[in-house]
Design a protein around this ligand. Structure first.
Ligand SMILES: C[S@@+](CC[C@H](N)C(=O)[O-])C[C@H]1O[C@@H](n2cnc3c(N)ncnc32)[C@H](O)[C@@H]1O
Length: 212
């Protein structure tokens, strides 16, 4: 999945991953991280997720990173706020009260530009990446966030029946990707209604990752 793949998806409005409301797994399991009010939560590969609206409504601050600028323009339009926009070399920074979204490739985002975050919420980010990129992504997110705790949402299904994204990422793979940085706990496992793209059974997992 290169940048052109994602740009085409946004251009054509093919946003099958986008939910119309908050992901219930986030609402149910975020309290497990025990965050203080106002904590800043990083959403890698954030799209224009409604989870951002929900987190802001709950009094958290949100930092995000998204490759496609159109997505970020739509996000702020839907939030009903006008961001300030700064050029930062290969990146652009869209900012408004409580929300900072970096436009660009997550691998160009460093800890200094991201700023301090108290947690990471990864939904449809790790699983959006092909196997050969996931190891680099996991190490990069851990480093950029100083191993802040994570809520990670994954899918598990038979990858031989259907290709990604989203890819199937087992708990074993998550443990291997984050070995030495995080302890991984399965919080919830639920059948995906209608299966993966209606073509094979799939399970959604919510995992907590805590720095070890
Ligand atoms: C499957 S979508 C998930 C969006 C969001 N997390 C959600 O749950 O709605 C993946 C998003 O990651 C963005 N993306 C893909 N590769 C990226 C990269 N290298 N850096 C930043 N964003 C990227 C895509 O443009 C797309 O909006």
């Amino acid at each position: 999945m290169d940048a052109d793949f994602w740009r085409a998806r946004w251009r054509e409005g093919r946003l099958g991953w986008h939910r119309a409301d908050v992901n219930p797994l986030l609402a149910r399991h975020l309290p497990a991280l025990g965050l203080a009010p106002g904590a800043r939560i990083f959403m890698p590969l954030c799209g224009k997720s409604r989870d951002i609206h929900w987190l802001l409504g709950e009094g958290f601050c949100v930092a995000g990173c998204e490759l496609v600028e159109t997505a970020v323009e739509q996000l702020f339009e839907e939030l009903g706020v006008a961001p300030t926009i700064e050029d930062r070399g290969r990146l652009k920074l869209y900012r408004a009260e409580g929300v900072d979204i970096v436009v660009g490739d997550i691998f160009d985002l460093d800890a200094e530009t991201l700023g301090r975050v108290e947690a990471v919420y990864d939904r449809a980010a790790l699983v959006a990446l092909p196997p050969e990129t996931r190891k680099r992504y996991a190490a990069h997110v851990a480093a950029a966030t100083a191993c802040a705790p994570q809520i990670l949402v994954t899918y598990v299904y038979d990858q031989s029946l259907i290709g990604g994204p989203p890819f199937s990422v087992t708990d074993e793979e998550v443990r291997a990707l984050y070995a030495g940085a995080y302890d991984v706990t399965l919080l919830e496992s639920a059948d995906v209604e209608g299966g993966m793209k209606g073509r094979c059974p799939a399970i959604e997992h919510a995992l907590a990752l805590r720095h070890c």
